[in-house]
Design a protein around this ligand. Structure first.
Ligand code: LLP
Length: 435
């Protein structure tokens, strides 16, 4: 059965058994742009944006949605997100430059990161970025100094670490005590940071941020952390901390495989907003503006990676390797996090499975496996494989390992498609080399 639940909203299988995304057959997209190629379904991106805006703002009026660019960003995508009214969470000068370049205003941009460089902070201040989310004492002093030099007062949030385990992969867990991110509430560092930020001449402390990890399949950590951070904030009311903004970060989970059932956007919104309202009510605190930062949950389900099958190696009684023309260079997640994906043969999308295979990439590493133990119909060289939920953290974490050019990005909508990033050429690979 075609696993429709993990494919973009517009995905279907046509009468010939071919996968269709955004009204375009995967076969036609692969023929036009080559493989591997990442296809983004515009309708899904817009629907996810609207779900976040509507579910959060109906429960917390004025709530803002800032897209986490690390999941994937480029200027064309930024334009779509901007049209949907989203702001942006950036974590580098490169992401900031991309947003600035897309024409989106920077007043609704949040600059995150545990070690922003002086140059990055200078660039952010010079471009009048809306918000810097300060992560360390080093940054607190540096930013105060740089804002002063620029003759500006910078609005900031402080990133606090609530010490709550969201039960996700250790590499993507952030809000616990043993984390490089944020000021720990438990150790007392967050309290010192609040006082220091309030005293800083060129900084305007407007609220607090936390981020638990990603992907977070449970609701309870958001509820507990929201309450804990608001109660922490209330301790500093007399000292002048006004919680105008409150951000519980991102980390909202998506289903990668057909058996996964993450909470809905409405579930996350209900949990966070009801904890926010109830705690503020209890503390007699005015409701701050809520800022959420989804990345994966907006772009992940909109993306499908298409690969062409090449070599097939059957080791009787051991395993059948089906090799494709991409791999760990465009999707490091299986190798890095043991991430699991569904695989569909795009040109036989309704065919019944007849064998269990391993999908290998073309990179010179035995660990370059995109999916293991997947049940597929009989597969031949030349078949087209589709891996859904590939929009987030695949192209954005891609590398040129083995000097493979990174794949193109295509936006599909209403039966037509357009390139929003071309495939890299060999020339691109040598562009920065000096001989
Ligand atoms: N806000 C902050 C402060 C974050 O650190 C992150 C993700 C997000 C928002 C967005 O989280 P999302 O909604 O996308 O889950 N490379 C990993 C994910 C790393 C996430 C890092 N921070 C992966 O491929 O699973």
């Amino acid at each position: 059965m075609f696993p429709k639940s993990v494919f973009p909203d517009t995905a279907e299988v046509n009468a010939d058994g071919h996968l269709v995304i955004g009204g375009c057959t995967a076969q036609a997209l692969a023929d036009e742009y080559g493989t591997p190629v990442y296809v983004l379904d515009e309708a899904t991106i817009r629907a996810k944006c609207r779900a976040f805006v509507s579910e959060f703002s109906q429960r917390a009026p004025g709530a803002r949605v800032a897209y986490a660019c690390k999941a994937y960003i480029n200027p064309a995508l930024a334009r779509v997100l901007n049209e949907e009214g989203l702001g942006f969470d950036v974590v580098s000068g490169g992401e900031l430059a991309t947003i600035a370049n897309s024409g989106a205003g920077l007043e609704n941009v949040y600059f995150h990161g545990n070690n922003k460089t002086p140059q990055e902070l200078e660039e952010a201040i010079a471009q009048n970025i809306g918000w810097v989310v300060v992560d360390s004492f080093h940054e607190l002093e540096l930013l105060d100094h740089l804002a002063g030099e620029a003759g500006k007062t910078q609005d900031i949030l402080l990133r606090v670490s609530p010490g709550i385990d969201p039960h996700t992969h250790v590499y993507t867990t952030t809000g616990i005590l043993d984390s490089k991110f944020g000021f720990s509430i438990q150790t007392g560092h967050a309290a010192i940071a609040v006082r220091q930020a309030l005293a800083a001449k060129n900084l305007n402390l407007r609220g607090l941020h936390f981020h638990l990890g990603s992907p977070v399949f449970e609701l309870e950590p958001y509820r507990v952390a929201t309450e804990l951070v608001l109660r922490f904030a209330a301790e500093f009311r007399e000292e002048g901390l006004q919680m105008q903004h409150f951000s519980p970060g991102g980390g909202f989970a998506v289903a990668y495989t057909r058996d996964q059932q993450p909470p809905s956007v409405a579930d996350y919104a209900e949990t966070i907003c009801s904890a926010l309202t109830a705690t503020c009510d209890d503390l007699g605190m005015e409701l701050p503006t809520l800022v959420v930062e989804p990345g994966r949950s907006i772009i992940g389900p909109a993306g499908v990676a298409l690969y062409r099958v090449g070599a097939i190696k059957d080791i009787p009684g051991v395993r059948k390797f089906v090799s494709v023309d991409g791999g760990m260079g465009d999707n490091i997640r299986p190798a890095l996090y043991e991430a699991q994906y569904e695989v569909v043969v795009a040109n036989k999308a309704n065919a019944d499975p007849s064998e269990t295979v391993t999908i290998a990439g073309k990179y010179c590493e035995s660990g370059d496996l995109l999916a293991q133990g997947v049940a597929l119909p009989e597969i031949e060289s030349g078949d087209l494989l589709a891996i859904p939920v590939s929009g987030a953290y695949c192209p954005s974490m891609a590398s040129n390992y083995n000097l493979n050019p990174r794949p193109p990005m295509v936006l599909a909508a209403n039966g037509s498609s357009r390139l929003i990033r071309r495939r890299e050429s060999y020339q691109d690979l040598m562009y920065c080399d000096v001989v």
